[in-house]
Design a protein around this ligand. Structure first.
Ligand code: GLY
Length: 412
């Protein structure tokens, strides 16, 4: 199945369970100061959970554009190093607003995975919050999962919160073993090994976290689920990495053709470029442009990071803006905004690339000078500041380059 078919089959499955299909919210959260970017499908429903808005429909389903690059959920550091973390990703989700609860959410997730998509039950694992006996019993009694594959675990992995404050609750996650040796699966490795991918998180929203850290019970109980489309594509298309799925293949071909290099020789740089161009395109389409503070600075940092990785491929001219077309080809049927605003997105990226490329090469030379002058393992704060102030290197870029040389930056 292609990514577009997988997305559609998720949505259609829940439509058949009386859910209303709704649009993705923008990645720029509307009226919510607790978030820089939309980081989960449930963000747009926050006021329904908090009971300050009444839902038009009690069951909804969608594919939500999400960005996890700041705040409570931040995956930036992982991007490129593995094949399954992203700054931008699509989260497939189904919601119940005070309607069905744990039983249906669990049964339907199992039905979709094992009966519709026919995922191998002998590779699936389920985690539940250690205090949630109800979820444990439902998995055991209402599905045909082997009970030895149901694991209880603590709040770190099984209590979901959207931000420092806001709706939250215990969750139950479905993981999939992607390793080569199914007979070596081990319950203790779930959540602790890159051979086990979390595919779907079923959150049972029942509390509101307040500023003082305490939780108040919500008037109704809700279901909020999130399944990463990219990982699902990887598993259903039998690939080892999200970047090998059709979501990324057009972008990879374009980078290969522009840079005259091959993916296999530069996997990390390609992955970073593929990931970052999606974050940039969707941010700019939704009205966040590169700037010196707040959300705009996150976009600027991501763009500059991408430029540095393009330089690793020997590309000296602007390249990122040229990748937007590939993304439009793959994703605009579901997200028409990127086609409608394509020219504006390309121009915004091109202007920003040009301005950074004017100092990038000089900055890299300055960086080399700094590290050759010292035989230390730490880059001084004053040098990191100069790279930022004079050459436009965001601190995380300097840290990344330092790490490539087994060095650190003196953050204090
Ligand atoms: N709200 C569910 C999740 O983000 O995993």
């Amino acid at each position: 199945m292609k990514s577009s078919e997988i997305r559609e089959s998720f949505i259609a499955f829940f439509e058949s369970k009386a859910h209303k299909r709704v649009k993705s919210a923008p990645v720029l959260p509307i009226g919510d100061k607790s978030l820089l970017f939309t980081n989960a499908g449930m963000n747009q429903f926050k006021s329904i959970f908090l009971n300050t808005e009444q839902p038009k429909d009690l069951r909804v389903v969608n594919s939500q554009k999400c960005i996890r690059v700041s705040g409570k959920h931040n995956d930036l550091e992982e991007v490129g190093r593995d094949g399954f973390h992203h700054t931008f990703f699509e989260m497939l989700g189904n919601w119940s607003f005070g309607d069905y609860y744990k039983k249906e959410a669990i049964q339907w997730s199992w039905e979709l995975f094992t009966e519709v998509w026919k995922l191998d039950k002998h590779k699936l694992w389920v985690t539940v919050f250690e205090e949630d006996d109800e979820a444990y019993e439902i998995w055991k009694e209402c599905t045909d999962i082997d009970p030895s594959r149901i694991i209880r675990s603590g709040a770190k992995d099984n209590f979901w919160e959207m931000a420092e404050t806001g709706p939250c609750g215990p969750c139950s996650e479905i993981h999939y073993y992607v390793g080569d040796n199914p007979s070596n699966q081990n319950a203790n490795m779930v959540n602790h090994s890159s051979e086990y991918w979390e595919l779907w998180n079923l959150v049972f929203i029942q509390y509101n976290r307040l500023k003082d850290g305490s939780m108040e019970e919500l008037p109704k109980k809700h279901v909020d689920t999130g399944a990463g489309l990219e990982r699902l594509c990887s598993v259903l298309q039998q690939k080892n990495s999200n970047y090998q799925t059709d979501l990324f293949s057009e972008i990879i071909s374009e980078i290969e053709s522009i840079s005259q290099t091959s993916y296999n020789d530069h996997e990390v740089s390609y992955n970073v470029l593929c990931d970052h161009i999606r974050m940039l395109t969707f941010s700019i389409a939704d009205g966040i442009i590169p700037s010196n503070d707040g959300r705009g600075y996150v976009v600027r940092r991501v763009l500059r990071r991408a430029s540095k990785f393009a330089m690793n491929l020997g590309v000296k001219d602007p390249i990122l803006y040229q990748l937007v077309q590939a993304l439009v080809t793959v994703m605009s049927s579901h997200y028409p905004e990127i086609k409608e605003k394509q020219q504006y997105i390309e121009q915004t990226i091109l202007n920003e690339e040009k301005s950074f490329l004017r100092t990038l090469e000089k900055g890299v030379l300055q960086f080399e000078k700094i590290i050759s002058e010292s035989n230390k393992t730490i880059i001084d704060g004053i040098d990191a500041f100069k790279l930022y102030d004079t050459y436009g290197f965001p601190l995380d870029l300097t840290q990344l380059m330092a790490e490539e040389r087994q060095m650190k930056v003196d953050i204090d």
